[in-house]
Ligand binder design. Structure first.
Ligand code: FES
Ligand SMILES: [Fe+2]
Length: 461
């Protein structure tokens, strides 16, 4: 439970808010590079952290990230012309370079005005299919977090973005929430690892129902992989080679701070094998990025404003047995009708819930489209900004408690003029990983993710 003030602090992200100031101290994934595919292509309007910007690619291929509204009299530069190494405002023709320098002022020619005034501009980097910006005070940029997939060429990386109509913390808390996976996502588990499961007294047959995820006979490559099996008898997981070998819905959560934020293990009993544990390790890079057990990419949750956010999955394109790239997997099974009309083609509308299939026991949650739709449905159901005075946390929520603590401690640090936690100075982000494994009961989970170790970003309270 949080106080009303803590909840406000956690959720509000505008430039003058405490959390807004913290978030601006990290590199922020703000837009998709495929939206600016070539020099002098149309600019895009970007809403992030409660502010509006224009992003464009100039004639030389350089990216510019500027305040959206022209510093003359405020017309949107997103309407502007991108030409001859700059972006030109339509209204009176002022033209700006990628760093905000005024190149031309047709309605005030030959003046020195342009030597004194600049359009506010921000550092921008291209990495992992995304444009990353730094919106903090000049000169305070932390090291750029380069992950294992950051330098892959665009055709080897897949980016999938959903805009959700709720505060970003609701979605972020879902990214590091292990205990819902074996419950809310039962319909996904029934596709990747069919078979009976229980939720409390509810018995679920676990026959595939959300078939768009993987047509019959084809295993969904996004399924919950068990990557490492140890000992002689891996039980059900060993027989299937992939799967979710546990009906234990009350995982023990152990959290450890790291240079990038924290990682945690969700530790579950293994069905029929008391000598084993099913361990899922998730790594959380403050403030946006989670590396989730069993997946090769990462999920980022970025606030657009206080009441909308982008949930962005970045994933290296997997290859089939013949080495051919398998594109389009991130959106598989999602009905096209969930997306908004242009220009909101990434805005998610929750599809209807199939109450009939739920009543018949064929589906647990009734939402087709896999984990992302199920997650979005419950997270948006909490309202635009959930009032955390009303919640009741349990031990399975430990990672969520630590996430909030890390962020709220960072608020205090930044207010004191210090850097926030988890900037990862000197840390090699390319070694960072998540893990999913069945191991002997005594195994240290930290040994599954050796690249995550380092001097931790200790929380203070
Ligand atoms: S408002 Fe942009 S040039 Fe006048
Ligand atoms: Fe989920």
């Amino acid at each position: 439970m949080l106080t009303a003030e803590e909840n406000e602090t956690l959720c509000r992200v505008g430039p003058d808010t405490p959390m807004g100031k913290v978030l601006r101290r990290y590199w922020t994934p703000a837009f998709q590079l495929k939206d600016l595919p070539e020099p002098d292509c149309p600019p895009i309007r970007v809403t992030v952290l409660g502010e509006s910007f224009v992003a464009f690619r100039d004639t030389e291929g350089r990216l510019g990230f500027l305040d959206e509204l022209c510093c003359h009299r405020g017309a949107s530069l997103a309407l502007g012309r991108v030409e001859d190494c700059g972006i030109r405002c339509l209204y009176h023709g002022w033209k700006y370079a990628v760093d905000g320098t005024i190149l031309e002022m047709p309605n005030f020619p030959n003046s020195t005005f342009k030597d004194r005034v600049k359009q506010p501009s921000y550092p921008v980097r291209e990495s992992g299919g995304l444009g990353w910006v730094y919106l903090g005070p000049p000169g305070t940029e932390p090291p750029f977090p380069r992950f294992a997939w950051s330098d892959l060429p665009p055709d080897e990386i897949e980016v999938s973005e959903m805009i959700l109509d709720c505060n970003w913390m609701q979605v972020q808390e879902g990214s590091i929430d292990s205990s819902h996976v074996g419950i809310l996502h039962l319909d996904t588990l029934a596709v990747s690892d069919p078979g009976p499961r229980t939720v409390g007294s509810f018995k679920f047959a676990g026959e595939p129902w959300d078939l768009g995820l993987a047509p019959p006979g084809e295993r969904d490559p996004r399924g919950f992989g068990v990557e490492r099996l140890e000992g002689k008898d891996g039980g059900r997981a060993r027989r299937r080679g992939v799967g979710w070998p546990s009906n234990d819905n009350g995982p023990r959560i152990e959290v450890e701070y790291t240079p990038f934020g924290f990682h945690y293990a969700a530790i579950r009993d293994v069905d029929g094998d008391p000598g084993k544990k099913y361990i899922r390790v998730t790594a959380f890079v403050v403030p946006y990025t989670a590396f989730i057990a069993g997946s090769t990419g990462a999920i980022m949750v970025v606030p657009r404003d206080d009441e909308t956010c982008s949930s962005i999955i970045v994933s290296p394109v997997p290859r089939d047995a013949e080495g051919r790239p398998m594109r389009g997997l991130l959106g598989r099974g999602i009905d096209p009708s969930v997306w908004g009309p242009e220009p909101e083609r990434r805005r998610l509308r929750i599809p209807p819930q199939d109450r009939e299939a739920m009543a018949a026991g064929r589906s647990f949650a009734g939402f087709r489209g896999g984990n992302r739709i199920q997650d979005a449905a419950v997270q948006m159901s909490e309202g635009k900004i959930y009032d955390r005075r009303k919640e009741h946390l349990v031990p399975a929520d430990l990672a969520i408690i630590r996430l909030r603590r890390l962020l709220l401690d960072s608020v205090k640090l930044v207010e004191e003029g210090k850097p926030p936690l988890g900037l990862g100075e000197g840390f090699d982000f390319t070694r960072l990983s998540a893990a999913s494994a069945v191991v002997d009961a005594g195994t240290r989970w930290q040994d599954l993710v050796p690249g995550n170790q380092g001097r931790p970003a200790e929380a203070r309270s």
